[in-house]
Design a protein around this ligand. Structure first.
Ligand code: FAD
Length: 484
């Protein structure tokens, strides 16, 4: 009998748990440790954040699903790892702390044969003074945050219906943010909702971003095939914003958010301020703060984790100039070099470097997008890691399963829509996510699969994906037929 412990029940951890349960014997244990009772289909938080959906539409209680499928669920957060065991317990184990109301704070040691760290990001609002729901800006990174954003948005809509004017600012709350795709999608949706509520004339909509060019999305932008033409994503995004009257400010690092004012500096080093009525600004991400100790109790966190708190895996981490970055620097198996039974999946692994070219102000402040951590690769990495572990437990001798972001594609569907007849989406797919100039010398990507469209069909696709992925996450009959 073997026990696999999975930390985190997001896209990556939940996928890994579901496949492990399917592939392992009944006697083997699959244990999921996650602090929240629900799975959150994060991409649809965008619609929650504008009042088009409710949190219940994007959340799924995990306990009944796991009970039905024989997965052990511990509602708790992981605190620290003991890969060699510790004084009191010889086996590798994790220290966890319950988040259940009836046992909150109680700690437990959970032993494992294999460990998957799929803890996703810490939303590092603290990086910028006044950023986030505890400060003066809003977020859509959790369903609760999104619901709060929706309430504020709808209050402003009501005020505009009384004839008042409003300025909405959407974007990144720090120079090192990632997930610009989510901010892009939110601003496009917000603008659509203003028109739907017939208050667009009274609103100014501003996109504020750390990207060097619009459409960078943390992947150094892309060239996409569209209507027979090859279009850079900055042109695609600029024309989309221009058509919708969305203003944009790029190359910016937010330094402080006050109740009605954002202070930011740009790459040229100049300081600016921007007043707002509502601001939805994403935070930078870091690892969730797990620590690791060897068997004598010495803190070995710096061996397992990069300085940003994400876990080191089989990537090429040596520091080298941008010109020498290679697609092959990106990890494939997600196994830690330190311990062969520990893996990091989804956002939890440390990228070897950015994908976008780094830029710094004269005084050294970094202002460029961090690598995107999208859902599709997160799920595929979770599945590949689960496959490798299942093989090893079952004694199947073959090479580890791989899911390199230099060999996977990603899709971004920024859908603004209300129902099946009304809406429009900017849909983009890129392949591979990490540019590979050795294989695709001209643009770094395969233009047969790097495409973009704007239209109602993309909105249908996004709606369809919502229902498909919610179905899949419930592990209902036939869930394996739905791709990651
Ligand atoms: C608003 C928004 C919109 C997005 N839209 C898209 C989109 O359209 N398309 C797309 O491809 N991607 C999108 N993404 C990105 C996508 O959601 C992520 O790539 C994906 O969720 C990453 O999966 P993950 O499992 O690594 O992390 P997560 O899904 O964040 O899951 C992490 C899990 O770990 C748990 N956890 C945290 N700390 C601990 C701890 N100490 N111990 C145990 N568990 C812990 C969390 O509770 C959670 O269950 C969007 C993201 C956001 C925020």
């Amino acid at each position: 009998m073997a026990r696999v412990v999975i930390l985190g029940a997001g896209v990556s951890g939940h996928t890994a748990a579901a496949f492990l349960r399917r592939w392992l014997d009944a006697a083997d244990e699959v244990v999921v440790v996650s602090p929240k009772p629900d799975y959150n289909w994060l991409p649809s938080n965008i619609w929650v954040g504008l009042g088009r959906m409710q949190p219940k539409d994007v959340l799924i209680p995990l306990a009944p699903i796991y009970k039905r499928h024989g997965i052990i669920f511990k509602q708790a957060k992981a605190l620290s790892l003991y890969p060699e065991g510790s004084d009191g317990l010889a086996q590798p184990h994790v220290k966890i702390e319950s988040t259940l109301p009836e046992s909150a704070g109680q700690q437990e040691l959970v032993t494992y044969d294999f460990l998957i760290n799929a803890t996703g990001p810490r939303l590092n609002f603290g990086a910028t003074e006044g950023l986030g729901p505890a400060g003066h800006s809003l977020s859509v990174c959790t369903a609760d945050h999104a619901q709060e954003a929706a309430h504020t948005f709808l209050d402003h809509v009501a005020a505009m219906k009384r004839g008042e004017r409003r300025r909405f600012v959407v974007g990144t709350g720090h120079g090192t943010c990632t997930c610009e795709g989510a901010a892009f999608e939110y601003v496009v949706n917000l603008e659509f909702e203003l028109r739907r509520h017939k208050v667009r004339e009274q609103a100014e909509v501003v996109y504020l971003s750390n990207e060097y060019e619009l459409g960078d999305f943390g992947m150094g932008g892309a060239h996409i095939r569209r209507n027979g033409y090859i279009t850079p994503t900055n042109i695609f995004t600029e024309s989309l914003f221009a058509e919708r009257g969305i203003e944009w400010i790029i190359r910016s690092h937010v330094t402080k958010v006050e109740p009605t004012r954002i202070l930011y500096q740009t790459l040229s080093g100049e300081e600016y301020e921007l007043t707002f009525d509502m601001a939805m600004l994403l935070p930078p991400f870091s690892g969730v703060g797990l620590e690791a100790f060897d068997k004598s109790g010495i803190n070995i966190s710096s061996r397992l984790f990069a300085p940003n708190g994400f876990m080191r895996v089989d990537a090429e981490y040596s520091v080298k100039p941008y010109e020498q970055w290679k697609a092959s620097d990106w990890p494939r198996t997600y196994q830690t070099p330190e311990y062969s039974n520990i893996f990091a999946a989804g956002i939890a692994f440390a990228p070897p470097h950015a994908m976008s070219q780094p830029h710094y102000t004269a005084s050294g402040v970094p202002i460029f997008a961090a690598p995107p951590r999208t859902g599709m690769p997160s799920a595929m990495i979770g599945k590949a890691v689960a496959h490798t572990i299942a093989d090893r437990i079952r004694g199947v001798e073959r090479a580890p399963h791989m899911a390199s972001m230099s060999e996977l594609g990603a899709a971004c569907v920024a859908s603004a829509g209300a129902d099946l007849r009304h809406g429009s989406a900017a849909s983009m797919t890129v392949f591979p996510i990490v540019k590979d100039y050795d294989r695709y010398p001209e643009y770094g990507r395969d233009l047969n699969y790097t495409v973009g469209e704007i239209g109602l069909a993309g909105h249908w696709l996004k709606l369809l994906l919502h229902y498909l992925f919610m179905y899949k996450a419930r592990l209902l009959p036939g869930w394996t037929l739905i791709p990651e």
